[in-house]
Design a binder for this molecule. Structure first.
Ligand SMILES: [Fe+2]
Ligand SMILES: [Fe+2]
Length: 440
């Protein structure tokens, strides 16, 4: 049976293609991570119907693949995708089937494949999603189903639930590598994916001089991370994600101006707080198995701007102000100002173009707790998203450690005294992962 061959070194992009194409075309979609592995697949399986290839890849790039196919007289339609401009691509790849400029890949790729392969007459009602994507992205906003038979699907996970390694193992033990979402949800899911990937690509190209992460913060987070037994790789992934987050918020001049004002004059309690929180939440996110850059980057962005409306003086004793703010009857002006800093931050952030909704959720809900004792809304058992739950737990942990970053006893005490606080929903799933690191 013929197939569509997709070649890209980035796992997230390969996954988008797979979901996108399996929903539309009645052909198998085969994925390769380099030009060399694409050639190997072709020699084993025969010629594909079409090749969609990235340009820059290690182990045989798009140009290498195209030249090799020509030499071997394999005349299949070839589509090249790159962040390079299309006129440049046309010069390097004359007369190929098509050119796609990243990051807007979806519509162009579909229409280029459409001219070679007819889409489904009746598209499938459910679309497979790899367990590995669900884990890397931390979950899905849509209900997930298990396939019992070609006509029978049963819901196994509700939209908005965190997907942690234990869940992945639970399915894998049964030999399940895919769950399913409805075709309608798949469309939004693919769009979300693509938007998140664009966010990363656009930030990578941006340069700025905003210095956020201080050596002190890095040292503090290193200490916590080594008490938890996390490897150095986790910290370097976190540093990378925070760097991307800084670049993403730096695209907005007003936000840069506000941040610079708050960060000027050397390390302040604000700068220490946001950089520790950004690093530790990204590191924990990575440790949860949520290794997709954009997922971590969102936590980093939220950390940088969540307290942007807060006066530095509150940091002198943040636990004290948190205590006062939780008493919703307390209407003293200073307490009301503190209580509303989440809403104020969120309204400042309206200025950011294309701010991912997840980031806004984290910011408005970062002081809520599941039992109604949080603020400003005192949400009762409100649905708190996976990312917001990570953020809340990490900020709580940092406030609790209060400088004693290398102390394992203090970490254990945090776990022991907060099991009841985080005993349901996404909080529980995420807290349990943290607990497993403290106990091991
Ligand atoms: Fe904070
Ligand atoms: Fe806050």
């Amino acid at each position: 049976m013929s197939y569509i061959l997709v070649v890209d070194d980035e796992e997230d992009i390969r996954d988008i293609y797979e979901m996108l194409l399996r929903r539309i075309f009645p052909l198998e979609v085969v994925l390769a991570d380099s030009g060399n592995s694409a050639l190997k697949i072709i020699s084993e399986r025969g010629d594909p119907k079409i090749v969609v290839s990235d340009l820059n890849m290690p182990n045989g790039d798009g140009h290498f693949l195209w030249t090799n196919l020509k030499e071997r007289k394999i005349n299949v339609p070839f589509v090249i995708c790159s962040s390079d401009a299309i006129p440049d691509l046309k010069k390097r790849f004359p007369n190929i089937h098509g050119y796609v400029e990243k990051p807007d890949i979806i519509d162009s790729v579909i229409s280029l494949i459409n001219s070679v392969i007819s889409p489904y007459d009746t598209p499938p009602q459910y679309v497979p999603v790899r367990i590995s994507i669900l884990l890397r992205w931390g979950g899905a906003d849509f209900d997930l189903y298990m396939k019992l038979s070609p006509s029978n699907y049963v819901k196994v996970i509700h939209g908005g639930e965190a997907f942690v390694p234990e869940e992945a193992s639970r399915f894998r033990r049964k030999g399940i590598e895919f769950l399913y979402i409805t075709a309608k949800d798949a469309e939004s899911y693919v769009k979300n994916f693509a938007r998140n990937i664009s966010m990363v690509v656009e930030s990578e190209g941006n340069h700025d001089d905003l210095l956020v992460v201080s050596l002190e913060s890095l040292e503090a987070v290193n200490k916590i991370s080594s008490s938890l037994g996390w490897t150095d790789e986790v910290i370097s992934a976190a540093k990378h994600a925070v760097n991307l987050a800084v670049k993403a918020v730096s695209r907005e001049p007003n936000i840069v101006h506000l941040l610079k004002k708050k960060l000027s004059g050397g390390p302040t309690k604000f700068s220490e707080h946001i950089s520790k929180l950004a690093l530790l939440s990204c590191a924990f996110c990575h440790q949860l198995g949520w290794t997709t850059e954009s997922t971590q980057m969102k936590l980093g962005m939220a950390a940088l701007i969540h307290d942007i409306a807060l006066d530095d003086s509150y940091y002198e004793d943040i636990n004290y102000w948190n205590e006062l703010a939780r008493d919703l009857e307390n209407k003293s002006p200073a307490v009301v100002k503190y209580r509303n800093h989440t809403i104020e931050a969120s309204s400042i952030l309206l200025q950011i173009r294309d701010l991912p909704p997840d980031v806004n959720h984290i910011i408005t809900q970062h002081h809520e707790s599941k039992d109604g004792t949080g603020f400003p809304r005192g949400l009762v058992a409100g649905w708190i998203s996976p990312l917001t739950s990570v953020f809340i737990i990490v900020e709580h942990l940092l406030d609790f450690l209060d400088g004693e970053y290398g102390s394992e006893a203090r970490l254990r005490e945090f776990i022991k005294t907060h099991e009841e606080t985080y005993d349901s929903g996404n909080f529980k799933k995420i807290f349990d992962v943290l607990k497993s690191y403290v106990e091991n």
